[in-house]
Design a protein around this ligand. Structure first.
Ligand code: BG6
Length: 493
């Protein structure tokens, strides 16, 4: 694998929120893998910043623990870990209080060849003050990057406020808004599948595609994250990850892989989404909340039981299904059915492109009716692509038709480990490559589409429909698609 690795320029990565969960679970392990593959070396620095008073050595110990806990044993190598840990240092700092701002100037290098990036793994209401201090303390450079991550607001207005605060200091070409789904290998493969092959693009339209399904299912529950109850599945998963997937499926071919060429096309999709408002919300959306049940053979509690006393009775949805429509020439009349939820039977995310039936069959009934072709892009786990085709059932006894998948399993085809999304994204920041990050107008267009759905739900006295943990959501989600004479894809092959 290392032969294909192109090292990046040395960097100073300042991570605000360095003792938090995201840093521990995702950022440190991701950087470790990139270091291990020699994509960067000891010339680079990772500077942790957080309120907790820690010495460099204590922070290095915390980084070591995170590797022990979140990097698979076969990739842990004592000598590499020691070298990697040497890149870490720490500054105690309270971003809410100017008097307690630590001194980063000794850690940051002035050399313009050293890339400077600030990762704000902190609450969004601290983005503005942090950016201002960065400037005030003269840590800002015109070529510095700032990385921010959701929740980027809870509606259009709050999202604009966050973007305004950041953009007072950093220009749009310096802002990297992470949606980690865009860093997933299979999501990038969608671009390769569509635009590096001649096969699909001529039939990628309403003349040949009946509908599209996007499912992002999780078997885990909402856990005890206070944030989730404020957010719910629509804002937590649909507004960002799923809408991004929808854009990649639906966009026109960009002229190049230039960040703005691609993001311009995604934006056009977002602006073509048919608004779901007023009475349409009840027809086109379903929201659910899990009851107790059993997942993977283990009994699990209901969402309500997991909530602290003061939140009992919450109407927050842990499941959403909806029908989206894109009002443009290519997709007119092709619904996009979306569903996502917690405590579903398994962790399974996929995009299903359901093609239309052949216009005329030359086979009679005894031979079996040809089924419409289906393309399934499996995002996780078991990443791969399956194209369901009709073939002749092998053997004598006449012509009988059978559906079989052409199956490209990435695990079988490539021996290499699949990198985590953050590995790609963290280093794209260093490279100055914004293609896989959301532009401000995209984010705001997504909120513009989401807000009326949320508003209609808030205005309704109804609670989300209950579904038993370990099932595919409320029955209304099945009715949503079956009303249109279609069914959710179930992969029996
Ligand atoms: C996060 C959501 O953005 O994505 C979580 O906040 C969710 O609720 C997670 O579990 C899913 O990510 P992945 O990579 O495990 O599919």
């Amino acid at each position: 694998m290392s032969s294909r690795i192109i090292p990046v320029q040395p960097f100073d990565y300042v991570v605000f929120g360095a003792t938090g969960d995201l840093t521990r679970r995702k950022l440190i392990p991701a950087l470790y893998h990139r270091f291990k593959d020699a994509q960067f070396d000891e010339q680079s620095r990772i500077i942790g910043v957080s309120r907790t008073k820690l010495t460099d050595a204590e922070f290095q110990k915390a980084a070591r623990d995170s590797i022990e806990q979140f990097v698979e044993p076969e990739y842990r190598d004592a000598a590499t870990i020691d070298r990697f840990i040497g890149c870490f240092s720490y500054v105690a700092n309270d971003v809410t209080n100017e008097a307690n701002w630590g001194d980063l100037s000794k850690k940051l290098r002035d050399d313009p060849k050293i890339i400077r990036a600030f990762y704000l793994a902190i609450a969004p209401d601290l983005f503005g003050p942090t950016c201002e201090y960065i400037q005030k303390k003269k840590y800002y450079r015109r070529d510095a990057r700032v990385v921010i991550e959701k929740p980027l607001g809870h509606d259009l207005a709050s999202s604009m406020a966050i973007n305004d605060a950041v953009s007072k200091i950093f220009k749009e070409d310096q802002v990297y808004r992470i949606d980690h789904y865009l860093g997933k290998e299979t999501v990038q493969n969608l671009l390769a599948l569509r635009f590096a092959n001649i096969l699909f693009e001529p039939i990628w339209n309403s003349a040949h595609i009946d509908h599209v399904q996007i499912t992002v299912a999780e078997s885990v529950g909402a856990g005890t994250r206070g944030y989730y109850d404020e957010s719910g599945a629509l804002r937590d998963m649909v507004q960002n990850h799923i809408i991004q997937l929808l854009c990649l499926v639906a966009m026109e071919p960009p002229a190049s892989d230039d960040a703005n060429a691609l993001r311009d096309e995604k934006l056009k999709v977002l602006r073509s989404l048919k608004p779901v408002t007023g009475a349409d919300v009840a027809r086109a959306t379903v929201r659910g909340q899990y009851r107790a049940g059993s997942v993977d053979g283990a009994a699990v509690a209901s969402y309500q039981d997991e909530l602290p006393a003061e939140k009992k009775g919450s109407h927050t949805e842990t499941f959403v299904a909806l029908k989206a429509e894109i009002e443009n020439w290519r997709w007119s009349g092709v619904p996009f059915y979306i569903r996502t939820g917690k405590r579903l039977p398994s962790r399974a995310s996929e995009i299903v492109i359901q093609f239309r039936h052949i216009p005329h069959s030359i086979f009679d009934h005894a031979e079996g009716a040809p089924r419409a072709n289906t393309l399934v892009i499996r995002i996780q786990p078991d990443e791969g692509v399956k194209l369901f085709l009709m073939i002749k059932d092998p053997g004598p006894g006449g012509m009988r038709l059978r559906e079989v998948p052409l199956n490209l399993s990435f695990a079988e085809a490539f021996a290499e480990r699949t990198p985590e999304a953050y590995e790609r994204l963290l280093l794209d920041v260093v490279r100055g490559q914004q293609t896989l990050f959301m532009r401000r107008d995209e984010l705001e267009a997504a909120w513009t589409w989401i807000d009326p759905i949320r508003d209609a739900w808030n205005a309704s006295p109804d609670a989300p429909q209950q579904y038993m943990s370990g099932t595919w959501g409320p029955t209304a989600a099945i009715a949503l698609i079956e009303r249109d004479g279609r069914t959710w894809h179930e992969d029996g092959n």
